[in-house]
Write a protein that binds this ligand. Structure first.
Ligand code: CDP
Length: 231
């Protein structure tokens, strides 16, 4: 085999794992990192949200483990484009079905395949979620755990919901985030927690640009990736 052919076959996509609690800013950071570094992006929460949304739309109960697992196994890419994915009701249903090990097992292969073979021939992928650095891609060279105070996360989620045209009451959003975080942190299967080798990024006092610059610096230090697109 020539050196070039050997290099070709040993090519391994670079994986950037971004985890953290609800509304900490993972999605914005992950999208920004992917755009600046020329990587593919997967919002793994949208998979759990799609399962929750389909269940609710069919009048199902997220606590019904059998039905939730069947919905997860039958998920198709079009489900990830549902217009109702970002509602709080769907977020809550998502965190309920996410505690079900059979739902998690059904969604694991898709996430790992995406990381191993990023679409459009990209050199790697950014995945954001709760268990990317611990379970989905434990060998990822760059892992970030993004956090912020629960109060600032509730404010950000309120703004997001209001921009989407919805009504949002701060106290209700705050209570919902706390309940969801507790469920995500305390579940037995793939609980939300930083991987041992994750870098912590607290965005409580950071604007979007500053948080992105810090995340970029960490990922570049860990992977050697170059910025392909300036801000
Ligand atoms: O956008 P937000 O931070 O509110 O949540 P999300 O990332 O869309 O995820 C919705 C729910 O899916 C979370 O509360 C988790 O329970 C679950 N999830 C998970 O268990 N594992 C992942 N890798 C991603 C999301």
């Amino acid at each position: 085999m020539t050196d070039a052919a050997a290099a070709e076959t040993s090519f391994l996509p670079v994986v950037v794992a971004i985890d953290g609690p609800a509304a900490a800013g993972k999605g914005t950071l992950a999208r920004g990192l992917a755009a600046r570094l020329g990587l593919a992006y997967l919002d793994t929460g949208s998979l759990y949200r799609a399962v929750g949304a389909k269940l609710l739309a069919e009048g199902g109960d997220p606590a019904d483990a059998e039905t939730a697992a069947a919905v997860a196994r039958a998920l198709v890419p079009a489900d990830l484009g549902r217009p109702d994915l970002r509602s709080e009701a769907v977020g809550t249903a998502a965190s309920q079905v996410a505690a079900n090990p059979r739902v998690r097992a059904a969604l694991l292969a898709f996430q790992r395949d995406f990381a191993a073979s990023p679409p459009d021939g990209k050199a790697g992928a950014v995945l954001d979620g709760r268990d990317i650095g611990t379970v989905v891609c434990p060998d990822a060279p760059a892992k970030l755990f993004v956090d912020a105070s629960v109060e600032i996360r509730a404010r950000r989620r309120m703004e997001e919901l209001q921009q989407g045209g919805g009504d949002a009451i701060y106290a209700a959003v705050l209570a919902d985030l706390k309940e969801r975080d507790a469920r995500d942190r305390n579940r037995a299967d793939a609980p939300l927690k930083p991987a041992d080798d994750a870098e912590l990024l607290d965005t409580t006092d950071l604007g979007i640009e500053e948080a992105l610059e810090r995340a970029l610096a960490i990922v570049q230090r860990k992977t050697g990736l170059a910025v392909t697109k300036q801000a």
